[in-house]
Design a protein around this ligand. Structure first.
Ligand SMILES: Nc1ncnc2c1ncn2[C@@H]1O[C@H](COP(=O)(O)OP(=O)(O)OP(=O)(O)O)[C@@H](O)[C@H]1O
Length: 316
């Protein structure tokens, strides 16, 4: 028989637990550049609710190059729109470089979008102003940030050079190929030295060769400028060449692939993501292979946890 604790002792132990939970929450991702903690985004359209993000956890360190993959409708663009400051989460925590994306308002949001993040859309026509040439397009965000003319010019030329499109400086978007437009768009995104560049299917409208030059440009930017790059992509050529690929399923991060080397000596290891509530998502093919449903039996063994079908459950 256990001895009943006094109410005061109960309260003290509850307070200790609460304090330790608060410390753990504060410590989670404290060294990350991007933190998403149980992020939720619910859209309400015509009285119907769509839960686009359902408690998504994600940490990105400064200078990481990461691909985000997932089926259509899994929540990738929703996540990127939130991280870019265009959209607001419904609940949870989202922080990028000390900016709280839930509470951030007016001026801070504008400064955040101008200086902390750079964004590249899939549609080449959406990234550049059609009546300005490549150089002027890159100078525009610098001008908005109040940078002087000489410095604007120097910065734009330096970026055009780095991205391999110096010869395009005086051409307007319609005089550039799709791949060149996207590389100039990377220049626009980088103009104000952001900490992170977000790219939503940046190679989606391009042929394989142009897609490769755009991806290589993003890689150069990541390596030479140390800026974190997050690319949403369906392109396996891209996701197969980054150190980290995060898979989103049903509005949550479900698995990750980490690669240590590239090319012929490439090694890749796939991991399931264990969220902060101890949940993992089983891959649908595993669930189908064992015909798992409703309830499963878990077993703890010295070095592994097993998941078995519930044999007592009558199957129809
Ligand atoms: N503005 C909106 N209003 C209502 N529902 C929306 C809105 N935007 C997205 N959704 C819904 O939210 C879910 C996630 O959409 P999201 O665009 O983030 O997916 P995705 O993974 O980027 O898909 P895709 O690969 O097709 O671009 C989908 O069910 C989508 O229909």
């Amino acid at each position: 028989m256990t001895e009943a604790q006094s109410p005061a002792a109960d309260l003290a132990s509850l307070e200790l637990e609460a304090a330790s939970a608060a410390r753990a929450a504060a410590a989670y991702g404290s060294d990350a550049l991007i933190l998403c903690d149980r992020l939720v985004r619910v859209y309400a359209a015509d009285g119907v609710e769509v839960q686009a993000l359902q408690g998504l956890d994600l940490l990105i360190r400064p200078g990481e190059l990461t691909a985000i993959v997932g089926a259509s409708g899994s929540g990738k663009s929703t996540l990127l729109n939130i991280l870019s400051g265009l959209d607001r989460p419904t609940a949870g925590r989202a922080r990028v470089a000390d900016h709280d994306l839930l509470t951030m308002k007016g001026r801070e949001r504008l400064r955040y979008r101008r200086e902390t993040v750079g964004f590249i859309w899939q549609q080449t026509g959406r990234n550049l102003l059609p009546y300005l040439d490549a150089q002027e397009n890159i100078e525009t965000p610098l001008q908005l940030a109040g940078v002087r003319r000489g410095e604007r010019r120097r910065r734009a030329q330096e970026l055009l050079e780095l991205l391999g499109v110096a010869q395009c400086a005086g051409r307007r978007p319609e005089q550039l190929s799709g791949g060149e437009q996207q590389r100039v768009a990377i220049g626009v995104a980088l103009a104000n030295r952001p900490k992170v560049v977000l790219a939503d299917e940046p190679t989606g409208e391009l042929d394989t060769a142009s897609a490769d030059t755009v991806f290589q440009a993003l890689r150069t930017v990541n390596q030479e400028l140390g800026v974190a790059v997050l690319i949403v992509t369906h392109d396996e050529q891209v996701s197969g060449q980054v150190p980290r690929t995060v898979q989103i399923r049903g509005g949550r991060t479900s698995s990750e692939v980490l690669r240590t080397e590239f090319g012929e000596r490439s090694t890749a290891q796939e991991y399931a993501v264990l969220d902060r509530g101890g949940r993992i998502q089983l891959p649908p093919e595993y669930v189908a292979a064992l015909n798992l449903r409703d309830r499963v039996r878990l077993g703890l063994e010295p070095e592994q946890i097993t998941v078995r079908a519930d044999e007592q459950e009558p199957r129809i």
